[in-house]
Design a protein around this ligand. Structure first.
Ligand SMILES: [Zn+2]
Length: 317
């Protein structure tokens, strides 16, 4: 007697009319007209059955906060970051948890069972970190939530209130509390040089403590932004291959083609994954363009052809 049988399903490769048997949470049979019984049988009616979806880039601390405290007028990332700065002091742990749990219900209902969420650590109270760790605990039976310690205001740019910890210390505190991945935002640091230094600092921290890295990189239209190059080079230098991702990478759409041909080879060599965020970046990017207007997407086909792993992610709250 099996635990569960799904009858008459369709697989992503197009095969249909199959039955799938499950015992103790594991698939044990997949065939036409499975000759078995189960505690529970569901006729799927020919619907698609596939592995759960994974969202590799999300910000669960700002989920369902549209219009709080007001709507982004310019539509740019910079106004978005400043809006979040206005909202942050008014956040409560309870509101953060309730919004995140509501989102998780929606996510699971859509088949999303793994979410990597960045969580802003530029807050002396680490309120969002505490809240999302609580959410992670509560949703653990049905959704895997992986958290990234993300210095939204820049690990070097962030100005702590009097007596407060600097952002680098806050990241370490968040990791000590149970956050698993080191984040960063080099293109938001004050200068290109600070951005480069931030990538180096954060990769060294991850190497020292055995964490993964997922950095917001080059989320701009600036063709000369070079942080993904630094991230790939640091990955090689520190032996972090296979543990590092660069998110957004939108400036790649504006870079010189010869330079990109060299960059993609470096990314492949370093095993850095590229995470594209189409929903948010086709909205945020190109806001300063007259014509032509850039579309805000990194070079997905070229990255794929170049052998770089790249998941798609949402990022928008
Ligand atoms: Zn993001």
């Amino acid at each position: 007697m099996l635990d569960l049988i799904l009858r008459n399903l369709t697989l992503p490769d197009g095969r249909s009319g199959l039955d799938l048997g499950v015992v103790k949470g594991h698939i044990c049979a997949l065939e036409h007209r499975l000759p078995a019984t189960a505690h529970r049988e569901i006729d799927v009616g020919g619907e698609l059955v596939c592995p759960p979806f994974v969202d590799a880039h999300f910000h669960m601390d700002s989920t369902l906060s549209y219009g709080l405290p007001r709507v982004n007028q310019s539509g740019t990332l910079l106004e978005g970051i400043s809006l979040w700065g206005e909202l942050k002091p008014t956040l409560t742990q309870d509101a953060l948890i309730q919004r995140a749990l509501r989102y998780c219900d929606w996510a699971v209902a859509q088949g999303l069972l793994f979410v990597r969420s960045h969580v802003d650590i530029c807050d002396p109270r680490l309120l969002a970190v505490e809240a999302l760790l609580e959410v992670k605990r509560q949703v653990a039976p049905y959704l895997t939530l992986q958290l990234v310690a993300f210095p939204q205001d820049g690990v070097l740019r962030y100005r702590a209130p009097d007596g407060g910890d600097d952002a680098f210390t806050l990241i370490k505190r968040a990791l000590d509390m149970g956050v698993e991945v080191v984040g960063g935002i080099p293109h938001f640091e004050r200068t290109m040089e600070d951005g480069r230094a931030s990538v180096r600092l954060l990769c060294e921290l991850a190497a020292e403590r055995g964490h993964r890295v997922d950095m917001h990189c080059d989320e701009s239209d600036d063709p000369l932004s070079r942080h993904i190059e630094t991230l790939a080079a640091e990955t090689l230098r520190l032996g972090l291959q296979g543990r590092v991702a660069g998110s957004h990478l939108t400036s790649m759409h504006s870079m010189d083609n010869y330079y990109v041909s060299k960059l993609i080879a470096l990314m492949r060599e370093s095993g850095v994954a590229a995470i594209a965020n189409p929903l948010i970046n086709i909205t945020l990017q190109g806001r300063h363009d007259s014509y032509p207007k850039r579309r805000g997407m990194t070079r997905a086909p070229e990255l794929l052809a170049g052998g770089c792993p790249w998941p798609l992610a949402k990022t928008a709250p």
